[in-house]
Design a protein around this ligand. Structure first.
Ligand SMILES: *Cc1c(COP(=O)(O)O)cnc(C)c1O
Length: 355
């Protein structure tokens, strides 16, 4: 049944292999990030087979799903944990990102009770202003980690390009490395990982500008879609045809391009602006904001454009389509990261693995 999200496993494998080998050449290991595809076990498996050393996801539910499907891991919990998920994190993951003394103490308590060790990577905020300690707080975190017996500090990490849109640079990633060395000084031993960011850090790697000591990257978007949204680019050495969204046409009709009647807000509270382009041939497909992010949907058919969407209807201008669009046809689209995330999350979208 439509709508469908087609997942081309071999193409994702190719991307993962290409990312892993480029990183390996610089002494960097890759944690494959599965959250964009809701922890699909087949995708995680392909990442591991292609040489990723970790499977990393922001949701414990996804990690649980992958474990139940037989994915071996090791698993890293990417979002700093909620108090209520600490116990599950120790059960399900081998490592967790942390940025607070509270989380470290609860993790330690849980580890003691389970007699089980658990790795932590301390997140350092170098300017993007999402999660992470400020560099001046390293002493407090170091002290807390020194008091742990079962919680094992594995390294430091940073996140850029997520909230503030700050791009990775030799300066800010260099700051991560510096704080990591400060933490090593406080702990009295070397850390295993300097985790220097995500897909957006690949650009620095390519330019040879990633600071020496960085030895891990956590990569999702590049592997899943061959894209880098923070730099607004496709990554030339990777494939973008890894996933496809398909939905079925439920109406084709020529209609005026500007609505008639008094105008209020649309179904989402926005006041749409119209350009009157006269009567145009349009198609409606059976998918909407509950399934996709229409702004991130790119029709594969030439001459087709997305003109709007409500919860369950997506409107296309097909006036200039190079083929005839008919009732009952399935149309296909490429997606950006946000759209993939929506399609993967929607229970109405059937996920289809294509080998
Ligand atoms: C999502 C996420 C990543 C992966 O980001 P991509 O841009 O998809 O490569 C890495 N680290 C953290 C902490 C994340 O939340």
């Amino acid at each position: 049944m439509y709508p469908k999200l087609l997942i081309y496993l071999d193409r994702i494998r190719e991307n993962a292999g290409a990312v892993v080998s480029r990183c390996k050449a610089r002494g960097i290991s890759v944690a494959g990030v599965t959250k964009g595809i809701c922890g699909h076990p087949s995708v995680a498996q392909v990442m591991l087979e292609a040489g990723c050393k970790w499977v990393a996801d922001s949701r414990l539910k996804n990690i649980q799903l992958m474990r139940e499907a037989g994915v071996k891991g090791p698993f890293m919990l990417l979002r700093i944990p909620m108090a209520c998920e600490i116990d599950c994190a120790v059960d399900l993951a081998s490592a967790t990102l942390v940025s607070t003394v509270e989380a470290i103490e609860l993790l330690e308590r849980s580890c003691v009770a389970k007699r089980k060790s658990h790795g932590v990577i301390v997140m350092i905020d170098v300017g993007d202003l999402r999660e992470g300690i400020l560099p001046c707080e390293v002493e407090g975190i170091g002290k807390s980690l020194k008091g742990c017996r079962w919680v094992t500090p594995l390294g430091v990490g940073t996140n850029v390009g997520c909230y503030g849109g700050v791009l990775p640079s030799p300066d800010n990633i260099g700051e991560l490395v510096q704080v990591g060395h400060d933490l090593e000084g406080l702990l009295g031993y070397k850390l295993e990982f300097f985790s220097g960011g995500s897909t957006s850090s690949l650009r620095l790697l390519e330019k040879g500008e990633l600071p020496e000591d960085v030895n891990q990257l956590r990569i999702g978007e590049a592997i899943l879609l061959g894209r880098d949204v923070t730099h607004r680019q496709v990554i030339p050495y990777l494939r973008q045809d890894t996933m496809m969204f398909e939905a079925q046409v439920i109406e084709v009709r020529s209609k005026p391009s500007a609505p008639k009647g008094e105008l209020g807000a649309d179904a989402f509270g926005n006041a749409p602006k119209w350009v009157d382009r006269g009567v145009r041939k349009r198609a409606i497909i059976a998918a909407g904001r509950q399934d996709v992010r229409p702004e991130g949907l790119f029709p594969t058919g030439k001459g087709i454009s997305v003109i709007g969407a409500s919860s369950d209807h997506l409107l296309l201008d097909v006036e200039e389509a190079t083929f005839s669009v008919r009732w009952g046809d399935a149309l296909s689209f490429y997606m950006d990261y946000g759209c993939m995330l929506a399609a993967a999350t929607s229970q109405y979208v059937e996920k289809v693995i294509v080998q």
